[in-house]
Ligand binder design. Structure first.
Ligand code: UT7
Length: 325
């Protein structure tokens, strides 16, 4: 049965120029390259020096629009997954719409789902495209996590980085099978009973400031492998595709041990797993679009290939998207 699909027609990413190494961090807190590398797989991360989430988003979006051969005037929708918007209100998406020069009346909003923010945003955009409400959507994952990082806490400050990734989706009539291009299946989850395992120490209605990220790393780790694999398995099954048919697993980039665990659990060879955590660190909602855009740009992920995106983060929230490029 024919159906409307959301085809990926553009992508782009932006990383702020400043690179922070593990050796740099060892001069700030009691840590070392050996610990960070073996426990997390992270070697370097990018840190914004004055560029906001919206400003980085505009740079990533500009590249995505150029790749798609479109201008901001062609957009019908903007969604940004972020936990670090420029202001508490309005949304980063509204600011980006203004900065890009998107036509008045185009809906723009943020999604707050922490590290799952991009997968949530992509799912919202896909649903609106499938319903025929919009035809062309800009979906961004962007973070300035350096602003909510406690740079004196070695448990967390070695993990995070800044950056932005963007994609442009366009409605396409598909044949309705897993052979279609575009988004084939999406699935979102949350479990609010896990709220206290990963959160910021502040918030608007409590402390009236943003606070800093704090987490029970072991508890998050324990749930992460299961959540990320379950979401990937669900969307594969839902689309009638097998793990063997998959070209790439692109999981949230939080920790190489989690990424390896997911690949192992799903039975996917390490060569088919996208890894950018080594040079991006954990960029929360930006992690998947950064890795996706970088892999498409380098030619690692190619047209026609089947890719499963899988994210997990604070909330807990988690989810998966199956897409044929
Ligand atoms: O993005 C959303 C999802 N987030 C995640 O998926 C993160 C999940 N969690 C993790 O990735 C890991 O739990 C961490 C990387 C955060 C921590 O790794 P771990 O293997 O669970 O280490 P740990 O917290 O159990 O700490 C082990 C030891 C402790 O020392 P003792 O108590 O054994 O003496 C820590 O104090 O390592 C110590 N430690 C450090 N040592 C050097 C903690 N942080 C550091 C550090 N440098 N930066």
């Amino acid at each position: 049965m024919k159906c409307i699909r959301s085809e990926l027609i553009g992508w782009g990413h932006y990383l702020p120029p400043k690179v922070l190494t593990n050796d740099d961090l060892s001069k700030m807190v009691d840590t070392n390259d050996e610990w960070i590398s073996t426990r997390t797989g992270i070697k370097t991360r990018h840190i914004s020096e004055g560029e906001s989430t919206a400003q980085m988003s505009v740079k990533a979006a500009g590249k995505a629009l150029e790749k798609a051969g479109l201008t901001a005037a062609d957009l019908d929708l903007i969604i940004i997954g972020t936990l670090t918007p420029d202001n508490t209100t309005p949304s980063a998406a509204a600011k980006v719409a203004g900065l890009l020069g998107v036509k008045s009346g185009t809906p723009a909003f943020d999604v707050s789902a922490a590290c799952s923010g991009f997968v949530y945003a992509l799912t919202m955009a896909d649903n609106m495209i499938r319903l025929g409400q919009v035809r062309t959507a800009l979906v961004i994952g962007a973070e300035t996590l350096s602003k909510v990082t406690d740079w004196t806490d070695r448990n967390t400050c070695v993990l995070f980085g800044d950056g932005a990734g963007a994609v442009v989706l366009r409605a396409l009539e598909g044949i309705g099978t897993a052979e279609d291009t575009g988004i084939l299946s999406t699935k979102l989850y949350a479990d609010g009973t896990k709220y206290g395992f990963l959160y910021t120490t502040g918030g608007v209605s409590t402390t009236a400031n943003a606070g800093y990220i704090t987490m029970d790393g072991k508890e998050v780790f324990k749930s992460a492998v299961g959540c990320l694999s379950d979401a990937a398995e669900y969307v594969l099954k839902d689309a009638g595709a097998s793990v063997e048919a998959l070209d790439w697993l692109l999981p949230h980039q939080a920790n190489i041990r989690i990424i390896d665990g997911v690949g192992h659990k799903l039975g996917i060879a390490p060569e088919k797993v996208i890894v950018t955590v080594d040079h991006h660190g954990n960029t929360s909602a930006a992690s998947i679009p950064l890795a996706l855009s970088e892999s498409l740009e380098s030619g690692k992920i190619r047209k026609g290939q089947l890719v499963v995106l899988s994210a997990m983060g604070a909330g807990f929230t988690w989810g998966g998207v199956l897409i044929r490029i």
